[in-house]
Design a protein around this ligand. Structure first.
Ligand code: C2E
Ligand code: MG
Ligand code: MG
Length: 824
């Protein structure tokens, strides 16, 4: 409907025979026709409005006369092209009588029937405004380009894919390339491989819009291969749609600064090394004669540690006496500083040690100058001239080294850590301490004797040293404890992989005439300055981490975390209160029923330890029992549990209830040499039928003990006591192996039971375990049964007894007795 209407309107507008002329005359462009002689045959009305000429008066005139020779020259190449039969265009000024305009011209040849050009259609469009804008843009681009090109700093525009789009002269000079050579490269081609990842990561952050710009010190490669240190500043330019267009990168050459820094650092390092290794004692002070440093020999000769002495007046640390008169001698350093000259000491002076004894010394003092030549402090260099000096040096070595292994000892370790800390701080690096403890070293001493133990320690130290090819320092910290100082760490992962290597290497430690040792170690790591920047704290943290690793099973390593400290503290608290719990009657036994899978009647009870004080539970068994085990408290507590449980079973027996009782036994109890004697004693005193007692052991206890364990298990069995494997399936016991142990019952761990009805794999595995256990004539009990479905599944799979919240929580004696009465 609409199209129809508009078609009507337009056709009425174009009514009449002259409409094509109306269009030609009204068009906002100069339209004309030139004949073969370049004479106007037609010019539209726009010539009048734009140029102020009557179009009719143009007819018959030659183009060159109308537009003038200058404009004609500009247009003529395009015009000639059109007369040669090809469309052509040009841009140029428009001859306007009032102002200069700019036009885009189009020339279209007109062919006759024979294909000869008989004339040309010309169209000129005014593009003055567009042209002005283009000029402006060009101008500002030009200005930017000039600024970019001639900036004193290296600049580059880089495509997000890493290609150089533009580079300036300074960048080319800095890297030694010509512009076209550099433009053919990618950023990665000139970047030092070690700096690539960081630069890349920062660029990615820019692209993702996570940051506006970034600064980075990085290394580029010069064309001739040498490294150019640059300070980089990079931002990202996006288009109107927000899409990344290119990075603007500015790079300042900082090679000079780097060289200076390195030289300075080198100089300092050299001075430090010289001072530490020099055979003379050296003390430095500030202008006020307050101590700034002591080297190790000065420490030994004065009795003051450098850290202690720092900032104290020199008179306190360095006291000289005349050997003949015993009079105090004026400190030579004072004169050296005052007169800005070197002062040698008169011979026969004695240096008094902190602990009162005297050493004959020779000394020389000199002022220290800054760059400008000002005195900023003083240095005292002295040495022991007595014959005992060599002996003293030997003593120093002895006090600082472990006689067994020759490694630096605990006292020297302290200084080494301190030095590593200072160096790391100055270089803004990280480092780490590894606290290495040999697992069960005591056994080696016990089995092979102490002399062999010493040889093992020496071999062990050599083994560790062979894994430390760099500037790492090894020292012996205590009996079987060693500490490695890693003064420089690229990443924490580096420490971790060293630990792995150490653990593997230590296992290889061997000593002639001794059987294969298979030494195992546990390592704790603390990192500086992240964890601490003080030797004692770092050592303590590394030790804590080592203990944490031990608590999780030996033969591994752990990094220190702050929560370990809290945990250690909390453990300590629990241990302290647990010590008193037994005597305060805070411990009690709860009993959880075990029911017969078929009849549902009570078939036994597991005794579970509880800790209550003031009517509330102090800690859950899973919390305090591991602590009791670590601290050895489990021995008296376990003894009490066994006795208490046996008495209870005996009591119920006397009351007419046949309730076999299960008691959990911890590894420490089981390993105790007197375990059997003590079990036997309890059974005797209680008068309990041994068949009513079952001991719950774990896989680990049964598996790890060797033939002694098997013998003990058999002894217990012969006494008539039943044995059960608790938490079955969580350890590494293979079912076929179980054949060798006199175990009556397997207790399937709660973890299997809880997943039974949700995870088909668990269901399959559990059924298989039950079936195989039964084929070995073992009874199977499931623990942690919480739902009917679980119970039903386990019953059908062949479990004889079930235990879990579904059949009853662990409860007090009174509650359990009520339950017995109720179910008969
Ligand atoms: P366990 O020997 O495996 O004991 C079973 C644990 O499972 C008990 O935790 C019990 O309360 C819990 N439990 C029973 N049924 C269910 C259930 O249906 N669902 C869930 N979620 N849990 C259930 P409890 O009493 O906290 O004891 C924890 C562990 O502490 C025991 O594990 C045992 O290893 C140890 N323990 C307890 N009493 C003693 C003891 O007198 N001496 C020694 N050495 N260890 C003990
Ligand atoms: Mg148990
Ligand atoms: Mg269990």
């Amino acid at each position: 409907m609409r199209t129809h209407e508009s078609a009507e309107i337009s056709s009425s507008m174009l009514d009449g025979p002259d409409w094509p002329f109306r269009i030609l005359n009204g068009a906002p462009a100069l339209l004309a026709y030139l004949d073969s002689e370049q004479r106007f045959l037609y010019a539209n009305e726009t010539h009048r409005t734009w140029l102020g000429v009557d179009p009719l008066k143009l007819i018959g005139r030659c183009l060159i006369d109308v537009i003038g020779i200058k404009n004609y020259r500009r247009a003529s190449p395009a015009l000639e092209q059109a007369y040669a039969g090809q469309m052509a265009s040009y841009e140029g000024e428009l001859f306007n009588h009032r102002e200069r305009r700019y036009a885009h011209g189009n020339f279209q040849p007109d062919f006759d029937a024979d294909g000869h050009v008989r004339g040309v259609f010309t169209t000129l469009v005014d593009i003055t405004e567009r042209r002005a804008m283009e000029l402006q843009l060009h101008d500002s681009e030009q200005r930017f380009f000039q600024a970019f090109q001639h900036a004193a700093i290296g600049m580059a525009l880089i495509h997000p894919d890493g290609h150089f789009l533009r580079v300036n002269t300074a960048a080319c000079q800095m890297l030694g390339y010509r512009e076209d050579e550099l433009l053919a490269l990618r950023l990665a081609d000139i970047t030092h491989p070690d700096d690539l990842a960081e630069d890349q990561a920062l660029r990615t952050q820019l692209l993702r819009g996570e940051r506006e710009s970034y600064q980075l010190e990085k290394r580029n490669f010069h064309r001739d291969g040498h490294v150019v240190h640059v300070q980089l500043s990079v931002s990202l330019v996006r288009d109107e749609q927000g899409q990344p267009r290119y990075f603007v990168s500015q790079a300042q050459d900082i090679c000079e600064r780097k060289t200076f820094e390195e030289a300075l650092h080198h100089e300092r390092e050299l001075a430090e090394v010289t001072l530490r290794s020099i055979g003379d004692a050296v003390i430095t002070t500030d202008l006020q004669l307050r101590i700034t440093s002591l080297n190790p020999i000065a420490e030994a000769m004065t009795g003051w540690a450098s850290s202690e002495a720092r900032d104290r007046p020199i008179g306190e640390i360095f006291q000289l006496y005349d050997a003949l008169s015993g009079q105090l001698v004026a400190n030579p350093l004072r004169a050296a500083i005052e007169h800005d000259t070197i002062v040698d000491l008169a011979s026969k002076t004695l240096l008094r040690h902190r602990h009162g004894f005297d050493t004959p010394v020779e000394d020389s003092s000199a002022p220290i100058h800054d760059h400008a030549g000002n005195v900023i402090g003083g240095v005292l260099v002295f040495h022991d001239v007595s014959e005992t000096r060599t002996l003293a040096l030997r003593m120093i070595h002895l006090t600082q080294h472990d006689t067994l292994t020759g490694l630096p000892n605990r006292s020297q370790l302290h200084g080494q850590i301190e030095q590593a800390l200072t160096t790391a701080a100055r270089r803004q690096q990280r480092g780490a301490l590894l606290y290495i403890d040999i697992d069960h070293f005591k056994q080696i001493n016990e089995i092979h004797g102490h002399a062999s133990g010493d040889r093992v320690l020496r071999a062990f130290a050599a083994q560790i040293l062979s894994c430390l090819p760099g500037d790492e320092l090894l020292s012996r910290y205590g009996g079987d404890e060693f500490v490695v100082v890693l003064p420089h760490l690229e990443s924490v992962g580096e420490a971790a992989s060293l630990c792995q290597r150490l653990i593997a290497a230590c296992e290889q430690t061997s000593v002639a005439d001794l059987p294969e040792l298979g030494l195992r170690v546990t390592i704790g790591i603390s990192v500086f300055p992240d964890n601490a920047n003080e030797p004692d704290a770092l050592l303590q943290q590394a030790e804590t981490a080592m203990c944490a690793a031990k608590a999780q099973g030996h033969h591994s390593y752990r990094l220190f975390t702050a929560s370990m400290n809290e945990r250690t503290f909390a453990r300590h608290q629990i241990e302290t209160t647990l010590r008193l719990a037994l005597s305060r009657n805070e411990l009690s036994l709860y009993y959880q029923p075990k029911v017969d899978a078929r009849s549902g009647r009570i078939a036994g009870a597991e005794a579970l330890l509880r800790w209550h004080a003031d009517g509330r539970e102090m800690h859950a068994p899973n919390q305090f029992i591991p602590i009791a085990e670590d601290s050895g408290l489990i021995l008296p507590i376990g003894a009490w549990v066994l006795q208490q449980a046996c008495r209870q079973a005996r009591q119920w027996q006397q009351d007419g209830h046949h309730v076999p009782i299960s008691v959990n036994v911890s590894p420490l109890q089981f390993q105790h040499v007197d375990f059997y004697a003590w079990l036997d004693g309890v059974l005797d005193t209680c008068g309990l039928d041994p068949g009513l007692l079952e001991l719950e052991l774990t896989e680990r206890m049964v598996m790890s003990g060797g033939s002694a364990t098997t013998a003990l298990l058999q002894q217990i069995k012969r006494r008539g006591v039943r044995l059960s494997l608790d938490d079955f399936g969580t350890g590494y016991c293979s079912l076929s192996y179980l054949r060798h142990f006199p175990i009556d019952t397997l207790k399937i761990d709660r973890a299997f039971v809880s997943d039974l009805t949700t995870d088909p794999d668990t269901a399959t595995i559990t059924s298989a375990i039950i079936a195989m256990a039964r084929s070995l004539n073992k009874e199977v009990v499931a623990e942690g049964v919480e739902t009917r479905e679980q119970g039903e599944f386990l019953r059908l799979a062949g479990c004889s007894q079930l235990q879990g919240f579904l059949y009853g929580m662990p409860m007090t004696v009174a509650a359990f007795e009520q339950r017995l009465l109720a179910t008969g």
